[in-house]
Design a protein around this ligand. Structure first.
Ligand code: OSB
Ligand code: MG
Length: 370
């Protein structure tokens, strides 16, 4: 395969309701797409970075710049030696920028698999044709509002609820959801690093609610702190932001800091690195689940393929398109009996609907092979 040109496309996609985490509140989802044109066909990927460096250090302008100035030139230079598998080794010299690397690797993997008439799910070794869906519920203005949203999601059939928490929005919302919806509800929380080592007693109070897990309670660089917390509380500690590579996943597991892992392909540099983390976790008896970055259909499709691998034993944040969007950029993913079907078509298995995509597009830039 040979890379001929790449389109960087920015989209503004309105959310159905504001999504608030401990680090931001968004109404409009700003998205960066990487569209690769090769000699064997084209491929698409959604970059996991946000517009601002608020979830990780990456952000749209940074990802676009590193792609244009450093990553794409090396991939153009490979000529006919390019393959999706060659992307990570070729770009290894460039430190970090995993979301930018993941985006180009995924677009090329999509092109390569479409040409080979193979689905991403099949390529990754998926064993399921549908995956159980959880939903991530943002921080609300009131407990009443939270109850309305959770009740609505459960009525739609979601099989697991994840509550975003932060200091001041933790014990009470969790208590009320547990009390209202019962002991059988699969319930977990995500702090997005909002707590510190001084908050362990506060977090221990959540033990009484029999949560599936607590996700990334403290600073992502404090892996040892998560191991100490995991010793101190009953609730299993799950890492998200901290796990940026298979090496870190292996270390975090060995340290006792990652009793469960949220795998987000964008955060770790792509689907190939995600597969490595999956394999390490399975070998260590650590459960994994697929996280998300509010992906539109292009990104959601690829996440579903990953979530269909055998080690993904907990419901992911792989919700239906309607969780976030009135109109998705592809055929919408729908919830049926609490599950979402894994795409079976070649590559990521879905196509952008260009009339809709063009309506969301705010800018396009083409980078051509020199
Ligand atoms: O921490 O998992 C997270 C969204 C944006 C950034 C970080 C996170 C999230 C979510 C939503 O929790 C996941 C999704 O539904 O895509
Ligand atoms: Mg998280």
């Amino acid at each position: 395969m040979k890379l001929e040109s790449v389109e960087l496309r920015r989209l503004n996609v309105p959310l159905k309701s504001a999504f608030r985490t401990s680090f931001s509140s968004v109404n409009l989802h700003q998205v960066l797409w990487v569209h690769a044109i090769t000699d064997v066909g084209e491929g698409w990927a959604e970059c996991g970075a946000n517009e601002r460096p608020d979830y990780s250090s990456e952000f749209h302008d940074g990802a676009a710049t590193v792609l244009k100035e450093f990553l794409l030139p090396d991939l153009f230079a490979l000529g006919n030696d390019l393959s999706a598998e060659a992307v990570a080794p070729t770009l290894h010299w460039a430190k970090g920028h995993r979301m930018a690397k993941a985006a180009i690797e995924t677009a090329l993997l999509d092109a390569q698999l479409r040409a080979a008439d193979q689905s991403l799910a099949n390529y990754l070794g998926a064993t399921k044709d549908r995956v159980p869906a959880g939903v991530s519920v943002g921080i609300m203005d009131s407990l009443d509002e939270l109850m309305r949203f959770v009740e609505g999601y459960l009525a739609e059939g979601y099989l697991r609820i994840k509550l975003k928490i932060e200091p001041g929005w933790d014990y009470e919302p969790v208590r009320l959801v547990r009390k209202t919806f019962g002991d059988d509800l699969l319930l977990q929380v995500d702090a997005n690093t909002a707590y510190t080592r001084d908050d362990f007693d506060l977090l221990k109070r959540l033990d009484e609610f029999n949560l599936l897990l607590i996700e990334q309670p403290i600073n992502e660089e404090d892996v040892l702190g998560h191991a100490k917390l995991a010793d101190y509380i009953e609730t299993p500690v799950c890492l998200d932001e901290s796990i940026i590579s298979a090496d870190i996943a292996r270390d975090a597991i060995e340290l006792g800091a990652a009793e469960i892992i949220n795998i987000k392909p964008s955060r770790v540099g792509g689907y190939l690195e995600s597969k490595k983390i999956h394999d390490i976790a399975v070998a260590s008896d650590v459960a994994v689940w697929c996280g998300g970055m509010l992906e539109t259909g292009i990104g959601r499709a690829a996440n579903l393929a990953l979530a269909a691998m055998p080690g993904f034993t907990l419901p992911g944040d792989t919700s239906a398109s309607s969780r976030y969007f009135a109109v998705d950029t592809t055929e919408p993913f729908v919830l049926v009996d609490g599950h979402i079907s894994v795409p079976t078509g070649p590559g990521i298995g879905v196509d952008p609907i260009m009339e809709i995509v063009d309506g969301y597009t705010v800018s396009k830039e083409w980078i051509n092979k020199p």
